[in-house]
Design a binder for this molecule. Structure first.
Ligand code: NAI
Length: 348
């Protein structure tokens, strides 16, 4: 049997390294492209057996048409979130598989790192001591113990975060469409309505998926329900927060601090080097300018363990497809999440 050819979009050297290691068990033929998936680059897929996408490759309806015309029938996402895929356009034409779980620890630990750094201002202290400035005025933080954390979205990542914060001795409030009462009991978590979570929390961390319902969940109105000292952490998806409203609230001191691993318009900038160029996104530039904002470039997932798991699961998803087996990690328009209503284990 001939080697299956896989085309990777938006591939970085670290993707290539982790996928080549995992490929020892499969021996697929890889081609790594630096470019994102666009209408122009979609045609390159002609002649390949599958394409592999990351978070900022947007599979729109017109791109789905181009892929189908070029006989692509499977799209493997090397990530968990799938808000970048027009599932309606893909439905019954393109199988879409993802990596539902790779390392919730990676993301939850990064969210914690953002909290601790913002609280104790280590991002500022680092530059002071490098300048031989050993003063500490302005760097005062607060004890995490006894403070209240609000966690929105209590799936895999939210749960790991709550376990970490439980270890810090924090009071934990949570909101989820599908509360896990047994978990809550075990870790002393109290599920509340969003308004109570907003009003009571010293730190709010977002771990729900981006959907029509959660788009701009954090906006002018919801920010006004929070404590003016609140620390907002977003390692979910950028569009969970109305960034312009966040900028206004930071400027007016209605938000105490923000730790952002994701940003609404990140696909234009994140994962690329703009250090010698002008950033023409004024909202991004303003966010970065605040001393109480710590922005990282969608790196919460970026651990050795996560990359290895992502590569292994992605290649297994593809092999299952090529072998005609059920696709447990398929997502489809009908089910929204990992497809559970598939006939014979596949969406179509
Ligand atoms: P998960 O599917 O295990 O958990 C998501 C939780 O959100 C579920 O419990 C679900 O019931 C809940 N939920 C769904 N709709 C909701 C709503 N409207 N309001 C409140 N809760 C709602 O997903 P997991 O693995 O915990 O990941 C969460 C999100 O984190 C992903 O959707 C993805 O966007 C993001 N992520 C970010 C990464 C990064 O590197 N920054 C890496 C991996 C994931």
């Amino acid at each position: 049997m001939s080697q299956k050819k896989i085309l990777f979009y938006d591939a970085k050297p670290y993707d290539q390294a982790s996928f080549e290691v995992a490929n020892a068990a499969y021996r697929f033929d890889f081609k790594f492209l630096r470019s994102h998936l666009t209408e122009d680059t979609a045609v390159i897929a002609k002649g390949y057996d599958a394409i592999c996408l990351f978070v900022n490759d947007h599979l729109t309806a017109s791109i789905a048409d181009i892929l189908v015309e070029n006989t692509i029938s499977i799209v493997a996402l090397r990530c968990a979130g799938y808000n970048n895929i027009d599932l309606h356009a893909a439905y019954k034409r393109l199988h879409v598989v993802r990596v539902p779980s790779y390392s919730p620890y990676a993301v939850a630990e990064h969210a914690t790192a953002l909290m601790l750094a913002l609280n104790r201002k280590t991002h500022k202290a680092y530059y002071r001591t490098r300048d031989n400035n050993f003063t500490i005025n302005g760097l005062m933080g607060f004890d995490m113990r006894g403070k209240t954390a609000g966690v929105i979205g209590t799936g895999q990542i939210g749960k790991v975060l709550m376990q970490i914060l439980h270890g810090f001795g924090m009071t934990i409030l949570a909101y989820d469409k599908f509360p896990d009462r047994a978990f809550a009991e075990q870790y002393g978590v109290r599920y509340v309505e969003l308004d109570e979570l907003y009003a009571e929390s010293d730190i709010i961390s977002l771990h729900c998926p981006l959907t029509k319902e959660t788009y701009h969940l954090i906006n002018e109105q919801t920010i006004n329900k929070m404590k003016p000292t609140v620390m907002l952490i977003n390692t979910g998806r950028g569009q969970l927060i109305d960034s312009k409203a966040l900028v206004d609230a930071l400027r007016d001191k209605r938000v105490g601090a923000a730790g952002l691993d994701v940003y609404e318009e990140e696909s234009d900038y994140f994962f690329e080097d703009f250090s010698t160029e002008i950033v023409d996104d004024d909202v991004l530039a303003r966010l970065i300018s605040f001393p109480n904002v710590l922005l990282t470039s969608h790196q919460a997932y970026f651990t050795q363990e996560a990359l290895s798991q992502i590569a292994t699961t992605t290649l297994r998803n593809l092999q299952e497809y090529f072998d005609g087996k059920p696709l447990p990690n398929e997502i489809c328009y009908q089910c929204g999440d990992t497809c559970r209503k598939k006939t014979e284990g596949r969406c179509f």
